[in-house]
Design a protein around this ligand. Sequence first.
Ligand SMILES: [Zn+2]
Length: 70
Amino acid sequence: MSYCPDCGCKMYNGICTNCHEDLIIFDECLEYDIPMSDEFLESVDECRQRQREYAKREDVKRAINPRHNE
Ligand SMILES: [Zn+2]
């Protein structure tokens, strides 16, 4: 289990359940076929950009894989 270096919430594959909540909701909406508003999809896009930058950070890589620097 990985934890976000920013907020300490659980993180899966570089996606924090708190910082990138919109991406988690987006996946759930797809899975359960829930309709999404245009506004929500825009905020998902914005969130995805943030998550890409986030995943490049060294502290995030270490949190994902503790052996990253060995
Ligand atoms: Zn976070």
